[in-house]
Design a protein. Structure first.
Length: 102
């Protein structure tokens, strides 16, 4: 799927919804082991996150590919499925430390 900033996607296996913050590449973005789809597309009935990909996603958190800033997503609705690009799970983006006020 071709990602571009502002694209809204949702999971096929849980209630997770995300917005692409950074990334203009063609990647396989998944949640719970199934590809993410547009927010207007129908989900498969009776699907559940795959074992090992059910750690969940958190509302308002940004997720990135570990060690790379190529893809960044913002979770707008939490769910039970884990976000991933291919086999590489997305991790929470660390907050930047504030400078000291000395």
């Amino acid at each position: 799927m071709r990602l571009k900033p502002g694209l809204r996607l949702r999971s096929q296996v849980c209630s997770t919804e995300v917005i692409i913050v950074r990334g203009s590449t063609d990647v396989d973005l998944t949640c719970g082991g199934k590809p993410l789809v547009g927010v207007t597309e129908a989900a498969e009935p009776g699907s559940a996150p795959a074992p090992g990909l059910d750690a969940g996603s958190q509302l308002g958190k940004r997720y990135v590919v570990e060690g790379s800033g190529a893809v960044e997503v913002l979770c707008t609705k939490p769910g039970e499925g884990s976000l991933a690009v291919g086999d590489a799970p997305l991790v929470l983006k660390d907050a930047k430390p504030l400078p000291s006020s000395d």
